[in-house]
Write a protein that binds this ligand. Structure first.
Ligand code: HEM
Length: 503
């Protein structure tokens, strides 16, 4: 009866499995950690179970199908053509974000990532996007900062490698710190050392908050929002972390305001404060450029920009130890173009097509944000003959695009050459969309590409990466988290000589 009632309320929606009362199709989609461990053999892996469940549903119901989480209607879009038709061809309908209770409590739907589609989001995004772009160039360029950070990563990797010997080094923390460092420089205007107290505090608070939101009973707040106010357990802890992050960011903003020189902005926070002053001077009424918004924008950039880039780099390193022939070829290309007397620069990008193709192939095989960030319809629409009501949550399945056998030959295999033509030039494919498409496409795409390129070329120039002998072979299974991460793995490095490294 519940099923019939849902289908009567939502007439002509895409087909899908029968929902249960109260929980809907929660059970078809979310896999408890114990089952997850049993299937994948490693705690918390693999996120791909949900992706696999969606794939199976697509084989039964078609490339556009529905499901219910509780009473919320969700429509999943599989394949490039459906995603393009929705996000690119009907952007006014498909670009909103859903109101997810835990996210709404923490972000007040301000900032950019979860802000409702509309004029305020557009202004904030446009300002931040332009500002981010300016960090690729001129005085504010992030390149020297990234290169300095990578020199530290290389030295630390070498030190740990010597200390641990044949056991190898888990690169996750080092890479994570290096990526967070870039975001810190962007926002706080300084390159921090990994042991810097302010830097560590910020990272620790963010990581702790995210861990609670993803891997604890706090997720139940999404079903029973009042749980957030419980005076014990993870709920109390979450509120404390929120207070600590607020106090920390407010201190940073106040420090920036006290030392602001409008003619010499140091970072995104300065640029934002200058925009606030400009709007005040121009008498703009109801400006959304406020301290409050700045606070949530900073949080968004930290969260959207760290896990995603870190995991993309870790996947790359994992594939390098699994495919030493590809590693050799990329290193030969880097040696030929960059040599050993300087570090790689973004200006080398166009001259390293094989290395670029390898980065793209890793991103294709492991879409670190496999279902993008949920979208929502802002009005009722007819799409591919189905009615999609206003307020429907939309999952664009990017993973399905990158593993579609009609678009990619031997889609599950690792083959960087698929991104090269016969002359070895890089091929751009419109259906390669790790950063999403449409109005909500990743705002940090250019920055992420720069970080990815500089990090992998610098590390490949400096080291030969291999799997520690005697350890079980690393797996390409995914780990559940904010984004698709590889399961922990270790690497052994052999210095190849080069800038800042004396073998
Ligand atoms: C959104 C991927 C790095 C900032 C997204 C989306 C994807 C994505 C798939 C969702 C698109 C959609 O909803 O349709 C990635 C990948 C990255 C990366 C694969 C790294 C390899 C970054 C970085 C930043 C960033 C470094 C900023 C510093 C954002 C923001 C949004 C976003 C602000 C929300 C855009 C909006 O709602 O308007 N990203 N991202 N991302 N990303 Fe990234």
């Amino acid at each position: 009866r519940f099923y019939q009632k849902q289908r009567t309320i939502y007439k002509n929606i895409p087909p899908g499995p029968k929902p249960w009362p109260v929980v809907g199709n929660f059970g078809n989609f979310f896999v408890p950690p114990s089952v997850r461990t049993k299937i994948a053999g490693q705690p918390n892996s693999t996120n791909a179970i949900e992706i696999e469940a969606l794939r199976q549903q697509a084989t039964v119901f078609g490339n556009i199908h529905s499901l219910f989480i509780g009473g919320q209607l969700i429509v999943v879009l599989h394949g490039f053509h459906l995603i393009r038709d929705a996000l690119l061809n009907q952007p006014e309908v498909f670009s909103d974000r859903p109101d997810i209770p835990l996210v709404t409590i923490l972000t007040k739907r301000k900032g950019i990532v979860f802000a409702p589609y509309g004029p305020v989001w557009r202004k904030q995004r446009k300002f931040c996007h332009t500002t981010l772009r300016s960090f690729g160039l001129g005085k504010l360029s992030l390149e020297p900062c990234i290169q300095r950070g990578l020199a530290g990563v290389k030295a630390e990797l070498l030190r740990l490698n010597e200390e641990r010997g044949s056991a190898g080094v888990d690169p996750a923390t080092l890479i994570g710190n290096s990526v967070s460092n870039v975001i810190c420089s962007l926002i706080l205007g300084q390159c921090f050392h990994h042991h810097d107290v302010e830097f560590r505090t910020m990272i620790r608070l963010m990581e702790h908050g995210l861990k609670i939101c993803i891997n604890s009973p706090a997720v139940l707040i999404n079903i029973f929002p009042l749980l957030y106010y419980l005076p014990f357990g993870v709920f109390k802890e979450l509120r404390q972390v929120e207070r600590d992050i607020t106090a920390f960011l407010k201190r940073i903003i106040a420090k920036h305001r006290d030392t602001l020189d409008p003619d010499n902005p140091r970072d995104l926070t300065d640029m934002y404060l200058i925009e606030m002053l400009t709007q005040q001077a121009a008498g703009v009424e109801d400006s959304s450029f406020t301290d409050d918004y700045l606070f949530y924008v900073i949080g968004d950039l930290f969260i959207a920009g760290t896990d995603t880039t870190t995991n993309s780099i870790l996947w790359f390193l994992l594939y390098m130890i699994l495919h030493p022939d590809v590693q050799d070829k990329a290193q030969a290309e880097i040696d030929g173009v960059v040599g050993k007397h300087r570090v790689p620069s973004v200006t080398d990008k166009g001259s390293l097509p094989f290395t670029e193709a390898t980065i793209m192939e890793v991103q294709r095989l492991h879409s670190v944000v496999p279902l993008a960030i949920p979208h929502m319809t802002s009005e009722t629409t007819v799409f591919r003959g189905y009615t999609i009501p206003k307020g429907t949550v939309i999952f664009p399945n990017l993973w399905s695009v990158h593993r579609d056998p009609t678009l990619w030959e031997d889609a599950d295999s690792f083959n960087p050459s698929r991104f090269l033509d016969n002359e070895g030039n890089l091929l751009r494919k419109e259906y390669f969309i790790p950063f999403g498409i449409g109005r909500r496409v990743c705002m940090g795409e250019q920055l992420a590409k720069m970080e990815l390129f500089l990090t992998v070329t610098t590390l490949l120039q400096a080291f030969k990466f291999r799997h520690p002998e005697g350890n079980p072979p690393p797996t390409v299974k995914e780990r559940f988290g904010l984004t698709m991460a590889p399961c922990p793995f270790s690497v052994c490095v052999t210095p190849r000589g080069g800038p800042n490294l004396n073998p």
